[in-house]
Design a binder for this molecule. Structure first.
Ligand SMILES: [Zn+2]
Length: 204
């Protein structure tokens, strides 16, 4: 990436989470190493417990439920947190909350399943950051949800291949957490949960 040097490259193990800090001007790259994997990404503006990534505000800032190259990801204060610069997949979800412990208990009767919400809380703890309230507000990268004409949401298996990536420009200093979604009870991750990668690029 001309003019940028890679300052972070970390594997997000299958069904686990990792968090990184980014600065305004950085570029954040999320890579699906093996394909058909969804990554739930949350972000909080540095130094603020009151401002964080908001799918609802993102929807109104773009006037679309879809994210495309050129779309913005906005905070709950309507500030631009990220812009989509490059995107191999073009299919993401900003409508459904990330999976959590309660989802596996109430839908499937599974009491010991990992979840994106726990993954993200673990990843924040690794960085010494407190678990953040409102931590259910994720963008579900590469998630292939179809909305039917009656409004029904259907989870379908992603079709993207190994190495698929999205590149975001970072517009504010932020704490970012990514969960390689552990959902194996629906086609969300193609029935096999695999690892992802996070890279941060900084201007030289
Ligand atoms: Zn999940």
């Amino acid at each position: 990436m001309d003019g940028y040097k890679k300052i972070v490259e970390i594997i997000v193990p299958a069904s686990h989470g990792k968090a990184v800090k980014v600065a305004a001007g950085d570029r954040l790259e999320v890579i699906d190493l093996e394909g058909k994997q969804v990554g739930d990404l949350m972000a909080w503006v540095s130094g603020s417990e009151e401002e964080y990534f908001s799918p609802a505000h993102t929807l109104t800032q773009n006037w679309s439920v879809a994210l495309r190259v050129g779309s913005v990801l906005a905070t709950n204060k309507r500030r631009i947190l990220f812009r989509v610069l490059e995107d191999d997949v073009g299919i993401h979800d900003i409508l459904v909350p990330c999976c959590d412990h309660e989802a596996y208990v109430t839908r499937y009767g599974i009491h010991d399943h990992r979840s994106c919400l726990e993954n993200i809380k673990e990843s924040l703890s690794e960085l010494g950051e407190a678990c953040v309230a409102r931590a259910e507000m994720a963008v579900n990268l590469f998630m292939n949800n179809r909305i039917e004409s009656d409004g029904k949401i259907v989870y379908e298996a992603p079709e993207h291949g190994p190495g698929s990536r999205i590149l975001l420009s970072c517009e504010l200093d932020a704490l970012v957490a990514l969960s390689a979604c552990p959902q194996d009870q629906t086609p969300t991750n193609g029935w096999e949960c695999t690892a992802m990668m996070l890279r941060v690029w900084r201007p030289e």
